[in-house]
Design a protein. Structure first.
Ligand SMILES: [Zn+2]
Length: 217
């Protein structure tokens, strides 16, 4: 199963990708996590990416494509994968198609998560995390027992720079402008499936399974 999950930041792609990848026995390949790890490790790639990420801008294609090419060449990606957060632009989608062709593989489906903008803002700006133990919270969805304080270790919770409202609005604008053309790209190739990204996590997962089963031989 070779899938691409498309959707704006906060659409819930990551949660679904993690669960379904485990169910299908393929790796979840999340460029966001790969980039954050590179930034935290202060690698050459991470230093390059940091400035873009802090401004809410997209990291340049050549950086991301290099990262993906390395990842798809690893043995665990031979049986399939769930790509989460990539591609984000047409050049990235074209690069992915070339990479898969070189590997003798084909994409099965591109799943688009539809979520309204007010809902995305609510989800993203409410996220908090603990700088000490990495626990994550949401001010509405999963609040700590005491506001602003980590349940596990008592540290003051922080908001990621790219979850502040100004940055979130920029991220959503950048997303719409640069990623929306991807929907046309995959629709023209008969690969696009749209899934409602609001509602119970389990029912969203059911819709994704249905969209994927539809292409199974
Ligand atoms: Zn903590």
């Amino acid at each position: 199963m070779r899938l691409v999950f498309l959707g704006p930041p906060g659409a819930g792609k990551g949660t679904q990708a993690r669960e379904l990848a485990r169910e299908w026995g393929v790796p979840q390949i999340a460029t966001g996590d790969m980039l954050r790890e590179a930034v935290a490790a202060d690698t050459p790639l991470g230093r390059q990416a940091r400035g873009y990420m802090e401004r809410g801008a997209l990291v340049p294609d050549d950086v991301i494509i290099g990262l993906i090419a390395e990842r798809l060449a690893q043995p665990d990606a031979k049986r399939g994968f769930v790509l989460d957060g990539f591609p984000r632009t047409i050049p990235q989608a074209e690069a992915l198609a070339r990479l898969l062709e070189e590997l003798g593989q084909q994409l099965d489906r591109a799943i688009f998560f539809e979520v309204s903008e007010p809902e995305l803002l609510r989800r993203l700006t409410g996220r908090r995390s603990c700088p000490t133990c990495q626990a994550t919270y949401h001010v509405e969805g999963a609040p700590p027992r005491r506001a602003g304080v980590c349940d596990r270790c008592g540290s003051a919770l922080t908001q990621r720079e790219d979850d502040r409202e100004v940055t979130v609005r920029t991220r959503l604008g950048v997303y719409t402008e640069q990623t929306a053309p991807l929907l046309d790209y995959y629709r023209r190739r008969g690969l696009l499936a749209r899934v409602a990204g609001e509602g119970a996590i389990e029912s969203i997962r059911g819709s994704i399974r249905q969209a994927v089963e539809a292409v199974r031989p």
